[in-house]
Design a protein around this ligand. Structure first.
Ligand SMILES: [Zn+2]
Ligand SMILES: [Zn+2]
Length: 277
């Protein structure tokens, strides 16, 4: 049950020290509700980390906290192109519709001349019943191929073939350019509309949500213009893709009716202000 050699609290990036997490292990801090969408970086307070701004390739760290490179995602000054690398374990390739919906989301919210969606690549199973954040980091280290270079910001997405060590987690943003998705749980909660949301809807929702964290939402790397934050770096608007959970809310209803949630007006305002900064 427990994965060996993983301690999410010691992996360097996500030091929760400056903030009082509800639990000593921040990774479990928000595991409530039916289906949690986020669990990552522990409420991070390191959005002012200058090392994450990535002025040069040599200085760009790919192991900083989610949200610490929000500017690199949102603005086009240093990085005019975004590369989206996707790797998946056997059986958990995201659908083409999912990737189209992610591309639409990124194209509409990021100031990038080009969004490069790489063909998803299969990697071997990690052979675990559950994956901790530490497991995820190790897998990325072994398999990730693309890093930011020149005017291209690289981001990484990993679909694993089992659950997170915390139940009900669908995805995590765990580094400043990295997201992971828990394929088994995603498959469990998706199905055939109208009884269940389609798999593409769930996948696209979770991918958009985790990219929202990389973009510094909510109030976690991107300055919040008006208060709309609750449950860590999440939005108060139940129909917003940055809402913290899929539960029996408007949010879930949105997915059921086939539309994938987007940013609400508050989140869009924050993004727009950060672009103009
Ligand atoms: Zn989240
Ligand atoms: Zn919102």
């Amino acid at each position: 049950m427990n994965s060996p050699m993983t301690d999410p609290t010691t992996s360097g990036d996500a030091t929760p020290a400056a903030k009082k997490a509800p639990h000593p292990l921040g990774w479990g801090a928000f595991s409530c509700f039916l289906l949690l969408l986020w669990l990552s970086g522990l409420i991070l307070t390191s959005c002012d980390d200058p090392s994450a701004q990535g002025d040069t390739d040599a200085s760009f760290s790919h192991t900083s906290s989610p949200g610490s490179s929000a500017t690199a995602f949102l603005q086009d000054g240093t990085y005019s192109r975004l590369l989206v690398e996707i790797q998946y374990m056997p059986g958990y390739r995201p659908s083409d519709s999912t990737l189209d919906q992610l591309r639409d989301f990124l194209a509409s919210h990021l100031d990038k001349a080009q969004i490069i969606m790489l063909e998803p690549q299969e990697i071997p199973s990690g052979n675990r019943e559950q994956y901790s954040a530490g497991d995820i980091r190790n897998i990325e280290q072994s398999h990730r191929k693309h890093y930011s270079e020149g005017s291209t910001l690289a981001s990484y997405n990993l679909f694993v073939d089992a659950d997170h060590t915390s139940d009900n987690v669908l995805g995590i943003a765990y580094y400043n350019t990295s997201n992971a998705y828990f394929g088994k749980r995603i498959h469990d909660v998706s199905g055939t509309p109208p009884l269940n949301p389609s798999r593409a809807s769930v996948e696209a929702t979770v991918m958009r949500h985790e990219y929202g964290h990389l973009m510094g939402l909510v109030n976690n790397g991107t300055v919040m213009q008006e208060n709309h934050q609750e449950n860590g770096p999440h939005c108060t608007d139940e129909s917003c893709v940055m809402y913290f959970a899929m539960n029996r809310s408007n949010f879930f209803a949105n997915i059921f009716d086939g539309s994938t949630p987007d940013l609400c007006s508050h989140c869009k305002t924050d993004v727009q202000a950060a672009k103009e900064d």
